[in-house]
Design a protein around this ligand. Structure first.
Ligand code: HEM
Length: 418
């Protein structure tokens, strides 16, 4: 990042805001973003080394502008990887490529066309009975108890059990794959130390090799799962999708398909229990649940910041960006933009336009798993309100958050069950 380009942005390149702001989730973030939306909607954050874009309209325009912005940096490690960590990955045969969320243009369209033949509404809808069964199995374990920690006991495992049905990952591998996914979250989306990167690189090699072996096994023994179906669509033709791209798609979904949904479920429950009248409203009228799901995606979306990089000179929110300059689209801020959502800091399960949130992106890259995520959160809310209408937040339980600018992810949700 060169000083000249930042200085060419118009106003002071290092505003007071840019000198003190951090996009990492912290208390007070919403207030700081609200102030920025009014006073300086696009500013350069020195500690993050990114431009921060706060208004809904600007975020939407970036999401739809593929001429001036690239998505290639969406999953880059938040702290650039040390050469020693890169060597571990190279020596371990880690050959994941940029596919799906972090590639552009025709390549992105080609790979999305292939994966959406398997990851689509029909496939997700067919999972509904399984999701309900898994939710109820998790809730059965809470029966007769006074208190629970819902993240570790319910929401951590649920989305993984669901997506692993599609992926054909056996239940006995769940703990391991979840652990690798956690490491991947840290590597890609949180600041990391040298030691974390070295340990993380080893984990990523193991995770990648697990995916390679899984896909290769399906070449010889096809089943009714994602890798087998993608292999069939590929039909041995690299022009459709190469084997390495296909393995990377599998590697991607084995991560994207559950981490965020876990967080979204936890956040939705916390918001509903914090604003108890809203909880009581959906208990009394379950028809409100789909709307409540959307409002939770808006008010406390799992993804609060998503990246892009300018590839052409482009003006955004009155600031001129130069090619190469990286941007965090603050989804958390866009979702609370008063110009789009009246009274944005109120959690209101009857809000009419909640579905306009950007928590799952928008445009060509919009989340391919969005219908599944919505379905999972909806079923969880339907079953938990039916079975535990007396659920209450234990308000004095300490809550810590993962240190990341990408997710709004708390590390526990303590409740009273009756
Ligand atoms: C609450 C849950 C989820 C959230 C908040 C979420 C969020 C996102 C976001 C922000 C993007 C990037 C959108 C963009 O750049 O415009 C994305 C892309 C993607 N998500 Fe999700 N996601 C969730 C669940 C899922 C699930 C369950 C799956 C798998 C079934 C999934 C698979 C994908 C894929 C494959 C992409 C890449 C799409 C593309 O670039 O073409 N996600 N998601």
């Amino acid at each position: 990042m060169n000083e000249h380009t930042k200085a060419s942005a118009g106003g002071c390149p290092f505003s007071g805001r840019g000198a003190t702001f951090s996009a990492l989730y912290h208390e007070g973030l919403w207030d700081e973003l609200a102030e920025a939306r009014q006073e300086e909607p696009v500013f350069f954050s020195q500690s993050d080394d990114y431009w921060i874009v706060t208004r809904y309209d600007d975020v939407m325009s970036i999401l739809h502008d593929h001429e001036h912005f690239s998505a290639e940096n969406t999953s880059d490690s938040a702290t650039p990887m040390h050469a020693d960590a890169l060597k571990i990955m190279k020596d371990g045969g880690f050959t994941a490529e940029k596919v799906q969320s972090n590639c552009d243009g025709e390549r992105h369209q080609r790979i999305r066309d292939v994966s959406s033949k398997v990851l689509n509404l029909r496939a997700f809808a067919a999972l509904e009975p399984k999701i309900r069964e898994f939710v109820n199995e998790a809730l059965d374990r809470l029966e007769g108890r006074d208190t629970a920690e819902l993240l570790s006991e319910v929401t951590y495992e649920l989305p993984a059990r669901v997506i692993f049905q599609l992926l054909g990952i056996p239940e006995e591998d769940m703990e391991q794959v979840k652990a690798w996914s956690g490491t991947r979250t840290t590597m890609n989306f949180s600041p990391s130390t040298y030691d974390q990167q070295i340990a993380g690189a080893k984990d990523m090699v193991d995770y990648w090799q697990y995916c390679v072996n899984h896909v290769k096994e399906r070449i010889d023994n096809p089943r009714d799962d994602l890798a087998s179906k993608l292999l069939e669509i590929r039909g041995g033709d690299d022009n459709v999708i190469t084997l390495n791209e296909l393995i990377t798609v599998f590697y991607g979904v084995a991560f994207a398909g559950h981490e965020t949904t876990t967080t979204q479920m936890t956040n939705a429950l916390r918001a509903l229990l914090t604003y108890r009248d809203q909880w009581e409203a959906i208990c009394a009228d379950p028809k409100l649940i789909p709307q409540a799901v959307e409002e939770a995606f808006r008010y406390c979306g799992a993804v609060i910041g998503w990246r892009r990089r300018a590839i052409q000179p482009v003006e955004i929110g009155g600031v001129m960006l130069q090619p190469g300059e990286p941007v965090i689209m603050s989804f958390g801020s866009a979702n609370r933009d008063e110009a789009q959502f009246p009274d944005p800091h109120t959690f209101d399960v009857t809000r009419k336009n909640a579905r306009k949130h950007v928590t799952m992106g928008n445009g060509k890259h919009v989340c391919l798993g969005a219908p599944l995520a919505r379905l999972e959160v909806k079923i969880l809310l339907e079953e938990i309100t039916r079975r535990f209408p007396g659920l209450r937040l234990i308000e004095d339980a300490p809550v810590s958050h993962v240190k990341t600018f990408v997710f709004n992810a708390s590390e526990s949700l303590h409740v009273r069950l009756r």
